[in-house]
Design a protein around this ligand. Structure first.
Ligand code: NAD
Length: 446
């Protein structure tokens, strides 16, 4: 699936014409490429406290070129705004204004990352105002960036220090090309749980993962990225998609399991397959999903019920089995596909939004069950992603949907897949019960 407009405004004569006419020119995003550096230039770390020093040390340990003060006219790969010690709104100014003064020097595909504390855990109103203020600044700044640069934040729950493993894992993810389509979002690190990989490009080495709905689209992309990161992958889809499913399994040297996830024995069949072939199951990616769009006034029971059955009821049933099974690793990781429609709602999608909002509820309520065993469950909420699902939208609606984000384009399946691989890694164990949007900062909803 490709975006012809984006291709035209970034190549040859049509690029020049678009420039002259002042048409919007969505940038080609900086995506993961193992042969490229983590960021496209030196990193500027702003902030004076202990966390700023600790994070600068982390970056140095990754052989990054770190600055604590801006050098005029030097192109920067990223700016880190460390604001975890703000106690009143006045405390926001020096780091924010210093970042502002360096924005013109931020390279294409550059990154801004804030580090802050949750307003909900502040002791007094002034501190809560300052912490919440970071959110307002970051989200606005993300709208202002150009050239495919993005701005996202890491929020450290009280009691979690800047040196927690998941802070490093989240920072690395946000700085890298893997977060290309994540913009204007926050990742909360809730604990010091987690273990960093021996190799950052093999973050899932020796793990066994299952991906549902993996015959095509986002699911197939997830299977490819999990495999690239070192996991053994079991791909699941309905029997009707068997041929495509087998092709994906062959490509990633994984195994295919034809099963409809709404069947009562779906989880047991997955567990049995994983135990027989790999002796373990560590990662579950609930990706399979369907749309049956209609205005509620025209909705029939089969449309409503099938969406609920596939998108949420099946996952609730399967999770119960996984959590009760010895075959599912104690430190198991579950990632579910929500949707921005489940956050903001979408015309014609009452059934789909009920199921996807349901995912968010399920993830929040399941997180405390997994935490004591070292496991985690999170949701990823994609915005507009270029797949068969969105190719079915009317052409004009599709064009508009693509431009309705700060990055002025739809995401690629690989963008969702990279975010899922991050959340499925042991480095991200301190991130639990969260919803992370992969939407290019879609203007719809929160
Ligand atoms: P897709 O329609 O291209 O692929 C979905 C896959 O799930 C298909 O291979 C299908 O056969 C499989 N599937 C459907 N019902 C199944 C069942 N009962 N058992 C097993 N497999 C089943 O969809 P996609 O665009 O790749 O979306 C993947 C996920 O991402 C879905 O959960 C979707 O709701 C979510 N999502 C997609 C977008 C987007 O823009 N494409 C946006 C938000 C959320």
């Amino acid at each position: 699936m490709s975006d012809t407009y984006l291709n035209l405004v970034n190549s040859g004569l049509t690029k020049e014409i678009a420039k002259k006419l002042g048409l919007p020119r969505p940038a080609v995003l900086r995506r993961f490429d193992p042969s490229k550096p983590l960021v496209p230039g030196p990193l500027l770390v702003l902030g004076k406290g202990e966390s700023a020093d600790a994070l600068a040390s982390v970056l140095l340990s990754w052989q990054q070129d770190v600055r604590r003060h801006a050098t005029p006219k030097e192109k920067l790969g990223a700016i880190l705004m460390v604001l975890d010690e703000v106690m009143s709104p006045e405390d926001l100014s020096s780091v924010s204004l210093d970042a502002g003064a360096s924005l013109r020097d931020l390279a294409s595909g550059g990154r801004i990352v804030t580090v802050s504390r949750p307003a909900s855990e502040a002791q007094d109103p002034a501190a809560a105002a300052a912490r919440q203020g970071v959110e307002g600044t970051l989200r606005s700044l993300a709208h202002e960036l150009r050239g495919g640069a993005t701005a996202n934040g890491i929020v450290l729950a009280n009691g979690t220090g800047a040196t927690a493993p998941s802070v490093a894992a989240a920072l690395r993810f946000l700085l890298s090309g893997r977060s290309a389509y994540v913009n204007g979002q926050f990742i909360t690190v809730g604990s010091a749980a987690g273990e960093l990989p021996a190799e950052w490009t093999a973050s899932l080495a020796a793990k066994t993962a299952v991906v549902t709905g993996a015959a095509r689209g986002i699911g197939a992309a997830i299977a490819r990225v999990l495999h690239r990161e070192g996991a053994n992958v079991i791909v699941v889809d309905v029997p009707a998609a068997g041929e495509q499913l087998a092709a994906v399994a062959n490509e990633i040297r994984g195994t295919a399991l034809q099963v409809d996830i709404t069947r009562d024995d779906a989880a047991d069949r997955i567990l049995a397959h994983a135990s027989e072939r790999y002796g373990r199951l560590d990662i579950v990616i609930h990706n399979a999903g369907i749309t049956r769009d209609k205005l509620l006034a025209n909705m029939d029971a089969s449309r409503w019920d099938s969406v609920i059955a596939v998108n949420i009821a099946s996952q609730l049933k399967m999770n119960e089995r996984f959590l009760a099974s010895e075959a599912f690793s104690k430190q198991g990781r579950i990632v579910s596909l929500a949707s921005t429609s489940g956050i903001a709602g979408n015309r014609g999608q009452t059934n789909y939004a009920a199921s996807k909002a349901g995912i968010i509820g399920m993830v929040r309520a399941t997180a405390p069950l997994l935490e004591p065993r070292g496991g985690s469950i999170n949701a990823v909420a994609p915005g507009f992603i270029e797949t068969d699902m969105t190719a079915r939208m009317p052409a004009l609606t599709r064009q508009v949907a693509r431009r309705l984000s700060s990055l002025q384009q739809g995401g690629q399946p690989v963008d969702v897949a990279e975010t899922i691989a991050f959340l499925a890694s042991d480095g991200a164990a301190g991130v639990n019960g969260q919803v992370l949007r992969v939407c290019g900062q879609n203007m719809v909803g929160a």
